[in-house]
Design a protein around this ligand. Structure first.
Ligand SMILES: NC(=O)c1ccc[n+]([C@@H]2O[C@H](COP(=O)([O-])OP(=O)(O)OC[C@H]3O[C@@H](n4cnc5c(N)ncnc54)[C@H](OP(=O)(O)O)[C@@H]3O)[C@@H](O)[C@H]2O)c1
Length: 246
């Protein structure tokens, strides 16, 4: 099919739900072939079906990003990709005394180590071909203290720093690397937190509401597109604005 991204192949992690699913669909609408990643095969098949209905090619690859070997298997199954969206992520909430080493490790493994491994396995190929775009999903909690979100915020702060390291490492060979720092979004993941918890975070934004997954997907798609050709190493804030103090 013809489109802004036709001829490109994209891997979207966590594309079985929420923001990742919206990104996968939008990439497909723009003509990219999409490798849909997640763990849930039924929801994976639904995303593949949606992307296919938009006229693009899509296939599902299951992998648990908490397991380094599974991340490597995912990269091998994806093959040569031009676009990598590090979207899959976990967010669990506890105060510091209540944060177990297991909880901390899971955040670091899925939110920071898996993107690190995927970039290490896929970006050299992009660089050898002279083109590529990588976007990772971050959160307000990476830069602002968020109650009970220390492990989550720390893992995404690591991801933001890595984004700038990768931009430097691969930028000279045609690969742009950016992140989107998202505000609260209504997704299957946040619906488990309950509507009031999401509204509390949303009240801390100027726009006073959660985003839709599609609104965050648009920010990702901008960074992937040639319209962002001079942008690398950036963290784009799609957070609904920051309320002034006073
Ligand atoms: N929603 C928000 O308010 C918000 C705000 C800021 C940033 N973000 C970030 O945006 C990203 C997406 O958030 P979301 O709310 O759309 O997520 P979500 O609705 O909870 O969906 C999470 C996705 O990640 C996948 N995933 C989770 N753990 C995985 C694992 N161990 N291995 C493989 N895949 C795994 C899930 O796949 P399966 O279910 O198929 O396993 C699913 O596709 C995350 O990185 C999150 O930190 C979200």
């Amino acid at each position: 099919m013809s489109g802004e991204l036709s001829g490109a192949t994209a891997l979207v992690t966590g594309a079985t739900a929420g923001i990742g699913r919206a990104v996968a669909l939008r990439l497909g609408v723009l003509g990219a072939e999409v490798v849909v990643h997640g763990r849930d095969a039924r929801r994976g098949a639904e995303t593949v079906q949606e992307v296919s209905a938009a006229g693009a090619r899509a296939r599902f690859v299951a992998a648990d990003l908490a397991e380094a070997d599974d991340v490597r298997r995912l990269a091998a199954a994806a093959g040569d990709v031009d676009i990598l969206v590090n979207n899959a992520g976990v967010y669990r909430f506890a105060d510091t005394a209540g944060t177990s080493s297991e909880m901390f490790d899971v955040h670091m493994a899925i939110n920071a180590r898996a993107p690190l491994l995927l970039v290490g396995l896929l970006a050299p190929g992009m660089a050898a071909r002279g083109r590529g775009a990588i976007v990772s999903l971050s959160t307000i909690a990476a830069g602002t203290p968020a109650r009970d979100a220390g492990a989550y915020g720390a893992s995404k702060a690591a991801l933001e720093l890595l984004t700038r390291v990768w931009a430097d490492e691969f930028g000279g060979r045609g690969v742009r690397v950016n992140a989107v720092r998202s505000g609260p979004v209504r997704t299957p993941g946040t619906s488990e937190m309950g509507d009031e918890a999401l509204r509390t975070v949303a009240r801390a934004t100027v726009l006073d509401r959660p985003a839709t997954p599609e609104e965050i997907a648009e920010a990702v798609l901008f960074l992937v597109s040639s319209r962002a050709s001079y942008i690398t190493g950036a963290v784009l804030e799609a957070r609904g604005g920051e309320l002034a103090i006073g």
